[in-house]
Design a binder for this molecule. Sequence first.
Ligand code: AMP
Ligand code: GLY
Length: 423
Amino acid sequence: MKVLIVGSGGREHAIAASVAKSDKVDKIYCAPGNAGIAQLAECVAIGAMEFDKLVTFAKEKAIDLVIVGMDDPLVGGLVDEMEKAGIRTFGPRKNAAILEGSKAFSKDLMKKYDIPTAAYETFDDPKAALAYLESAEYPIVLKADGLALGKGVLICNTKQEAIDGVKEIMEDKKFGSAGNRMVVEEFMTGREVSVLSFVDGNTIQIMSSAQDHKRAKDGDQGLNTGGMGTFSPSPFYTKEVDEFCHKYIFQKTVDAMKAEGREFKGVIFFGLMLTEKGPKVLEYNARFGDPEAQVVLPRMKNDIIDVCNACIDGTLDQIKVEFEDNAAVCVVLASDGYPVSYEKGLPIEGLEAFDGKDDYFCFHAGTKFADGRIVTNGGRVLGITAKGDDLKQARKKAYEATEWVSFANKYMRHDIGKAIDEA
Ligand code: AMP
Ligand code: GLY
């Protein structure tokens, strides 16, 4: 069969690597892809938001399955467009992707169906938001309603910071139209855990847990990024936490979406905070995490095509999604200066060191070909993943492998997975 993957980052490279393992697949295309994905797939120069071109391409090539990796096309309705053209597509339709596309929607859903989350208020008008801040407790969390590249969340320690935040989001429109509405939320403390899951509209099967490191610098300092590294599983995601989440969060979310007439098929990513009062939902995403996919998918035992098909066909109850009893760590190699400003186009050396090594993966995030060489093409450049018997071994191997590749402004955090030593 022929598969088309939509996206161009490390997550899509990890998806492509899983798809490539399936003996059902003869040919993989990726739009637009990157220099690493090009080793597994034929990359086509169509952007993830060019819906008409993507549909035309999928029809022309008689694609059997489209897998949409990124949030923007999902929230924009690419799955609906593909389905209208009769093309099987893995991912939520537009009316379900709103679970990620609107924080106000997801908060209202959780409130209505009694799914544990932080207390909140929603505002359409900056004046009302500013008035609310007068009697609020601090710290407080401001969230732009729509998609904002993972950057639309401001944690404000003081009233003044929150006032400035409301101005940035709702008046200066720092995150564009994502800031037309805003959620103001209670500040929670605790460990964060990501749980990704496969959903077929009714049945949910969770993947192995993971944890992201969002800040740019060691010790969780510096600016928020798309993610500087991940590890899986999370030792903080215990059996008790898992039982609680199954009872009060996972199935309830799937059922709530169905009850709202927004049947969800695809991946639901639960961003959880393990608070003193139990696990609470920080956010939902409607797709694999990046770089969570880079530590979760290499550990999945199933053929990913079977799982995608089961989600589309509503037969997920007939298979069991299983993971290896090991661990993985992914360290992101970024361009120095990310997430603010950085140089691109720098040659990358040493990539061939990963050839033929089963436990090591070099997932490309921002790379391209230039004059016959692979060069840097983004803030996050590569995700170096290693599998090990346990997290400590995986971490050691991943950091060893970060030394195999070089480029002029290579930057990484040195404490990815360090929290596991405390567990
Ligand atoms: P989100 O995009 O909603 O996951 O938010 C990004 C990050 O902001 C999360 O991973 C948390 O670290 C932090 N965050 C979001 N909401 C809250 C909250 N209510 N309390 C504390 N931290 C939060
Ligand atoms: N790593 C967080 C995300 O994909 O949203």
